[in-house]
Design a protein around this ligand. Structure first.
Ligand code: ADP
Ligand code: TYD
Length: 213
């Protein structure tokens, strides 16, 4: 009998501390992927959020003070819903999924930034995701000064954006540690450059990724 399942789609995540500039590039990368000759549908989404329930949880997570473990559990609850309702069905259809943040953000913010033990997060990751991991993670990296200058002009700070400099130093360090640990999955983007220079690099990364998959 013929196998009628399409090949699983690819899962790409964007990461970085607040103000690094990742959201600026997501739609552009999605358009580049949609423009390729053998294009499959591309779904763009975000965390926390991406589903009606997840967006409700996002509003709580970004604006309500809460216990650290509650925060980590709600991040993973929103993620479970996101995987079940959006990510897994899209990948099974053969669509590509691009998410503005995923589990690396929990390790960086709740683990690195807030100090929750990694083993707790790994247990939740295993429970919520099983084998699901991004195929490619683009880490937008900037020093804190650059990120805070960019945010100062852009928007009123939410609960995370109002955190201390030391918090973001730890968050950035944890992102870079994870990138060094999984060099096959991560590409670290020097996001201090102009938007045009970053696009040129993203164009190359996407072309290489598409060619090797
Ligand atoms: P993030 O999603 O990483 O928090 P955004 O993409 O929202 O960051 O960017 C934060 C602010 O910085 C926005 O006002 C955006 O226009 C600006 N910005 C983004 N990338 C650059 C860049 N390479 N150079 C200068 N400003 C940038
Ligand atoms: P983001 O969507 O990047 O915010 P914005 O639209 O303001 O750029 O992310 C929301 C915030 O949630 C951000 O400060 C990082 C934080 N966050 C965590 O702390 N843990 C997580 O697991 C995720 C996904 C996000």
């Amino acid at each position: 009998m013929r196998d009628t399942h399409p090949p699983r789609g690819k899962f790409i995540t964007f990461e970085g501390i607040d103000g690094a500039g990742k959201s600026t590039h997501i739609d552009w990368v999605a358009q580049r992927l949609r423009a390729r000759p053998d294009a499959t549908p591309v779904v763009t989404t975000r965390e926390p959020g991406g589903t009606p329930l997840g967006e409700d949880l996002r509003a709580l997570l970004l604006h309500r003070k809460m216990d650290l473990e509650t925060e980590a559990l709600l991040m993973f609850a929103a993620r479970r819903e996101h995987i079940a309702e959006v990510i897994a069905p899209a990948l099974a259809r053969g669509d590509w999924v691009i998410s503005d943040r995923f589990t690396d953000a929990t390790f960086a913010y709740q683990g690195g930034g807030r100090g929750l033990p990694t083993a707790r997060l790994e247990a939740l990751e295993q429970w919520v995701q099983g084998d699901l991991q991004p195929d490619l993670t683009l880490l937008f990296d900037v020093p804190l000064e650059t990120a805070s200058e960019r945010l100062a002009g852009a928007r009123a700070p939410d609960k995370f954006e109002a955190e201390s400099r030391a918090f973001f130093e730890r968050t950035r360090a944890e992102y870079l540690r994870r990138a060094a640990q999984s060099p096959g999955r991560f590409r670290v983007i020097d996001a201090t450059r102009t938007i045009e220079a970053i696009r040129d690099e993203l164009e190359n990364i996407v072309a290489e990724f598409v060619a090797t998959r």
